[in-house]
Design a protein around this ligand. Structure first.
Ligand code: AMP
Ligand code: ZN
Length: 461
């Protein structure tokens, strides 16, 4: 069956066929490991997971690269401000390397909790400094870059196609050019490839232009070319990367090969919280561990993602998560009933489910539609092992562990169990005030305690 993906480059859905019919080569922009990944970041990774699993379901082998940004991503996403890694290191009293290790580990753990099928190659920017320097040197040799007193810049005026992904028109932009800090830049949209490190900068490397560190965009062009070649099949990321990071990646690759490095550019939309932006100041930049602390399984969040197409904004609410959690339990119960069933389903019914499911995922990863087929199969009144097998097969794409025992969902989170133990101790010590306080804390976290003759019962509110 044909596969169609929306391509940001051409602004339309196109039939997808890999350059090499046997193997799809992809590149995904990975995390900047300076802080915890939010559930927003993880939405982008769930989208990546859906893409990988859909391609595999269609029989393709994958060569997929994801980078870990551990240097060069400045606070402004442009060429201004501190390096995010160094800022975080200072704030937490650690070295940038320690920060990178810590948050990379947490990120990978979150991916595992969400049952994300991981790329074949995961590579760090700091392991590719020499290759990046050579890339910058080639851009200099080819006349696409120039040196100022602070950095090596890419000269966007040397490309007649700069802005091809986001539709920026440089000529129109010139009139109202943005105010720039570096007055040595030739054009407002020129961006830093290689930055001369100030005295107090921690991460810096010897190079033909002195002690420097790489700009944010050069790592992805260098690593994608190293592992996937000059032109590969698909490049993914969040929508925020279109006008800066991805535009600049295209410019860099064109400066070396004259070609756009990927044929398909696919972007995941943002997650909103209660209809608005997620931000630290609003105290709503939720993490996977916040979801777990409220007693939900991370895969319930994955289910929530399937209520919305990846190219639409998804609104996160705790009520929405509760509904998805219940749906996941129901789905697993439904699977179990079919597994224990003995009835026979006509082959054409199964084929129809299979075809409709495949059609949905192959139509630009339409997960909401795919889920409606899953429910149709689950709700079939004939309980049959054939449907259980079909659901197991669909789970290769969904990745929601449909075979898991539904009762496992109701496990009381460790955090709540510890609070209950502390409350027990307070009661034994007749510290009623503390005991009541802990009871309220448990209630705030969504659980209630009932003291019965047979012991305590903990229930979700
Ligand atoms: P950051 O670590 O903040 O640079 O984010 C890493 C990537 O995660 C971004 O480039 C986005 O593509 C993605 N991302 C960040 N916030 C969200 C969000 N609210 N919803 C979906 N994706 C997001
Ligand atoms: Zn990137």
């Amino acid at each position: 069956m044909k596969i169609y993906f929306y391509n940001t480059l051409t602004k339309q859905k196109e039939e997808f066929k890999p350059i090499n019919p046997e193997e799809v080569r992809l590149y995904s922009c990975g995390p900047t490991v300076y802080k915890d990944a939010t559930i927003g970041n993880m939405r982008t990774n769930i989208f990546m997971d859906n893409l990988r699993r859909t391609l595999k379901y269609n029989g393709y082998k994958l060569k997929h690269v994801m980078n870990i940004t551990d240097v060069g991503h400045l606070v402004s996403d442009g060429d201004e401000g501190e390096d995010k890694m160094e800022k975080s290191a200072k704030e937490e009293g650690k070295t940038p390397l320690e920060i990178a290790k810590h948050y990379t580990k947490l990120f990978l753990e979150d991916c595992q909790k969400l049952n994300i099928d991981m790329p074949e190659i995961i590579c760090k920017a700091t392991d590719h400094i020499k290759e990046m320097e050579e890339f910058v040197q080639k851009l200099m040799d080819n006349g696409y870059a120039y040196e100022t007193s602070t950095a090596i810049y890419f000269d966007v005026s040397k490309l007649d196609t700069y802005g091809i992904l986001s539709g920026i028109n440089l000529k129109e932009q010139k009139a109202g050019a943005r105010v720039d800090i570096d007055t040595e830049k030739k054009n407002p949209y020129d961006f830093a490839l290689w930055i001369k490190a100030p005295e107090n900068h921690i991460m810096k490397w010897e190079s033909p232009w002195g002690l420097c560190y790489p700009g944010w965009h050069i790592e992805c062009s260098t690593m994608s070319m190293k592992y996937l070649g000059e032109v590969f099949d698909i490049h993914t990321g969040g929508v925020d990367l279109i006008p800066t990071h991805h535009e600049n990646e295209i410019a860099q690759s064109k400066g070396i090969t004259g070609k756009i490095p990927a044929r398909f550019w696919m972007h995941g939309e943002f997650l909103l919280i209660n209809g608005g932006k997620m931000s630290k100041s609003l105290n709503n930049a939720y993490l996977i561990k916040d979801i777990e602390a409220k007693g939900y399984e991370p895969l319930a969040y994955k289910m929530l993602n399937y209520t919305c197409h990846y190219r639409n904004k998804l609104n996160f609410t705790w009520e929405g998560l509760e509904a998805s959690s219940k749906a996941l339990i129901k789905l697993r119960e439904g699977y179990k009933k079919h597994k224990e069933g003995t009835e026979i389903i006509e082959e054409q019914v199964l084929t129809s489910y299979r075809e409709k499911f495949l059609e949905a995922i192959n139509d630009d990863l339409n997960m909401p539609l795919a889920m409606s087929i899953v429910w149709e199969a689950v709700k079939n009144t004939k309980k049959s092992k054939q449907i259980a097998e079909l659901l197991e097969d669909f789970d290769n794409v969904l990745g929601i562990k449909i075979k898991e025992n539904p009762k496992d969902e109701e496990k009381i989170p460790e955090e709540i169990q510890r609070l209950v133990e502390r409350r027990q101790k307070a009661r034994q010590n007749k510290n009623w005030e503390e005991s009541d306080r802990i009871r309220d804390e448990i209630k705030d976290k969504g659980y209630q305690i009932k003291d019965t003759n047979n012991g305590i019962i903990i229930e979700k509110i």
